[in-house]
Design a protein around this ligand. Sequence first.
Ligand code: K7E
Ligand code: CUA
Length: 684
Amino acid sequence: MKLQKNNMSKTVISGIVVILLILAIGLMVSCNDNGGSSESADSADSSADTSGVSNDAMAIAEARGLTPDDITAALKTFTPSGVHDEYIMFASGGHGGQVYVIGMPSMRIIKQIAVFTPEPWQGYGYGAEGTMEVLAGGNVGDSDLTWGDTHHPALSETDGDYDGEFLFINDKANGRVAVIDLKDFETKQLVKNPIALGDHGGTFVVPDTEWVIEGGQYGAPLGWEYASIDDYNEDYRGMVTFWKFDREAGRIDTDTSFAIELPPYWQDLCDAGKLASEGWIFCNSFNTERATGGVEDGNPPFEAGASQNDMDFLHVIDKEKAIEVAAAGKTMDVQGFPVIPLQTAIDEGLLYFIPEPKSPHGVDVTPDGKFLTISGKLDPHVSIYSFQKIQDAIAAGSFEYDDYGVPIIAFDDAVEAQVEVGLGPLHTQYDDKGYAYTSLFLEPAVSRWTLGGDFSDLHEEEDWTLVTKTPVQYNVGHIAVAEGDTVSPDGKYLVSMNKWAIDRFNNVGPLLPQNFQLLDISEAGTNMPVIYDLPIPDGEPHYAQIIKADKLDPWEVYPEIGWNPHTNSVDPNVVQLGEERVERNGNEVEIWMTAVRSHFTPEHVNIKQGDHVTWHITNVERAYDATHGFSIPYYNINLSIEPGEATTFEFDATEDGVFSYYCTEFCSALHLEMTGYMMIEPSE
Ligand code: K7E
Ligand code: CUA
């Protein structure tokens, strides 16, 4: 929290300013009592001697009312022009349907990646064939979807460490999963879940990314069928889907993917086992009451009906066994998709439950894979389960059973510890110092507590105890620690992804941004201050993952002229300089065009109303950042053609007239001249 500004003595302020500035700027300034002269910014002279520099800085700090903590925060986050960030955060864009790429610690937004939502700057969904196909892959039946509710980004992993190659993210609203290639930060594939309309517990990857996990949420008949809600127990089901990722192809292989039928509890977040628990998947659930709502008919509302039980069920899934069972064909067919029936999952011993308190939300596996932290939204504790104890209980084989016959491991047999962290615990992350961090939605705060087991030696405090809390503004959902979901988290920074901003920014009307707060967690013990606030003005981001920037190795320009980002090869319709042309075959018109600073060739394109037009453009540039746009009015076409990229779009020339196409990126001094005329002659 901020120190009280007015009580801060000027001497203290200026003393700290001087020290920090000396550290930051590296100037050899001799401190003196006069360092804290109370010159205002107006009166401070800008003489170039070294004491003048510090005086100016102090004057600025005073004029802006900055406390020593503010100045420290600024020094920790300020990143000079041209200096790159140490970490890159990939944050979900919530119902904006996109992904944010944010540098840390500067918290500069570097890019948005269009995923489920068409995005004109990137030419995503505005004509370019590849992007139209990607978006179409995510359509649900006959419904062309143009948005998604992105929740959980997952970076691809090798041996449980982020490898910087791919990013996955789910769309909760429509039950879809996206694949983004981090060679060019473009979305390459959307897959629609064939058995469920929505999802939530995705995306989570296994330690070598052979599988991408997508868990369900609201129970429904599998395969998007109709069934009366009166038959909820019989006809509604939950699910978890295992998408097979083909790293070579950079795509999910839907043909070798499968799902498991689950009881109609509302499966929530999942996490994949790692190291000690590799080969297992954990998904929690709520509404094991199977409340079906209907408050208008006098039934308890969902929020009450689904919160009656003291315990819901953590789902413990033997992934290796599930893969075997699916490969052996012991599946049923739902919309052409193989699904392991619930009874088979029970008979094969690949599904177990463990009670978990109370309206669970997060399940997070520790870096060594030996423990899982469970947060119940209505329980002030986090519960830590031991993977070894779970295995012992499975081996011992003394179970109770739920209404569907799923074996239940007793809570006491699985639990290792409980830590009282505070109100509304949601999600947990880990660092390199033997600490865990749990977001507290209701307080709102980020708590730090100690792990036991092999993490004992890393911290000085007692195991499994609360160490400190940092208040956040406000109502935190997920938190993300640098490299936080890997087998070796970096710690250092934590981002608190706050749902409410209230008073943090200028009032911009009733719809407020979300607030990402950066916390410095590098110091052990009780000090983990907020050092930056970043408003997010587009959708409600849920989760983020943060990777060391040097693990990313994206292309600067596409590898060869004529590159098709969607086939990852040179496009057969590449247009080289000098090969530009327009060909007509009946009423089929095909255009081969190049783009290079500062012209398109050809500059005149003659078309007749009623023609079908196929238009190929290659950006033949090899210069870093020499992107060209291409737009045609009326026809809703806008492309972004990166250096080396070849792209194609098609349309029916339904409307006659004179249409100026032009480059939408200010690419050179003569960018405004980078234009041409498409003349569509009216048909008689
Ligand atoms: Cu807690 Cu969708 Cu991960 Cu949001 S979920 S906060
Ligand atoms: Cu190319 Cu502007």
